[in-house]
Design a protein around this ligand. Structure first.
Ligand SMILES: [Zn+2]
Ligand SMILES: [Zn+2]
Length: 330
């Protein structure tokens, strides 16, 4: 499914196209795609909230498949191995951020489905160093949302500094939040979920939220940490207000509408921290996959044929997806 020009998803801009199978570069593997989970970032790439890095482009960055061909010098995997491909596709390895173990801030990073073709296709290439071995406990569709929704939610959870047994608020309850909630519950946190959609509120309660309510309803109590998953800057001031003294609000999205002006005392004083989350390191990815397998996390997935990508992303844009929508190949 190819994007030739950025356009609103309502116009079904993804086009089923025949393209040559990609040839793996040195150090890369070619993966035969089994499925690719959808993500709000796909919408940002398609609709132009993110500037185009390459067009035409095959979107999709939560890919599960099997290694099918090895490029020159690729020796980490053998054909047939099941692997995952995530958003972070490569880093330079030499800039100050890479050298400091902060490769998520790399000056010359590349991204699956944005700077290089992604997983809405039969084949996808990835540098072997940025592929993940998928733990055996997950089927393909369940594993796919772990690769961005899971990893970013996990990084956001850690950036929120909520401690085991602490109080956590989640704003917006899509693919990432429904995985993050399961991890936080495993940590013994009391979790409050703020989302306007009744089906999302129901899923949150099913997964162990102590409270789930509308985005304008007050939380039952102040929280130690909070994460905003919705791309809505207007949620920032009330979320900061709902923090306990010393609490941290993490912003999990790659794109957000403008944050309104805030007053100092109720929103930021009392040593409250406002913290964005930028992509992830491979260490985050490995840690999330290991912890998700140990808990085990159970992503709630709905499977669709790849050809329905436009319709599925329209549903995602309209907040009509509960859990994660996964596009299946074959
Ligand atoms: Zn770098
Ligand atoms: Zn994503």
């Amino acid at each position: 499914m190819l994007l030739r020009a950025q356009a609103p998803i309502a116009g079904s801009p993804l086009e089923a196209a025949e393209v040559d199978a990609p040839i793996p570069e040195p150090g890369e593997v070619r993966v035969r795609v089994r499925c690719c989970a959808t993500c709000r970032t796909d919408l940002h790439v398609i609709e132009g909230d993110l500037p185009p890095r390459r067009l035409p482009i095959v979107p999709g960055h939560q890919v599960v498949g099997t290694v099918e061909a090895l490029g020159p010098d690729a020796r980490r995997f053998t054909p047939g191995d099941r692997v995952g491909i995530a958003w972070l596709r490569s880093t330079c390895g030499t800039c100050a951020f890479c050298a400091a173990g902060r490769e998520n801030l790399c000056e010359r990073s590349a991204y699956t489905g944005w700077t290089a073709d992604g997983g809405y296709a039969e084949y996808c290439c990835v540098p072997e160093a940025f592929a993940y071995a998928i733990p055996p406990g997950f089927d393909d569709a369940e594993a796919a949302p772990l690769l961005c929704a899971g990893i970013i939610g996990y990084r956001a959870l850690r950036r929120s500094h909520v401690q085991p047994g602490g109080r956590l608020a989640l704003y917006g309850f899509g693919s990432s939040a429904h995985i993050t909630l399961q991890i936080a519950r495993h940590w013994g946190c009391r979790v409050y979920v703020s989302t306007r959609d009744p089906a999302h509120q129901r899923l949150a309660r099913d997964l162990g939220a102590a409270w789930a309510g509308g985005s304008t309803e007050p939380l039952p109590e102040r929280v130690d940490g909070a994460i905003i998953f919705a791309p809505a800057g207007e949620l920032v001031p009330p979320a900061l207000r709902n923090l306990e003294k010393g609490g941290t609000l993490a912003l999990a999205g790659i794109h957000m509408s403008d944050v309104p002006a805030m007053a100092y005392e109720p929103h930021l004083f009392w040593e409250k921290t406002l913290q964005s989350v930028t992509a992830n390191t491979r260490t985050d990815g490995e840690a999330l996959l290991a912890e998700a397998a140990a808990i085990p996390v159970k992503p709630r997935v709905t499977r669709y044929p790849l050809a329905e990508a436009n319709r599925v992303l329209q549903a995602l844009a309209g907040d009509r997806v509960t859990g994660t929508a996964v596009l299946m190949l074959g």
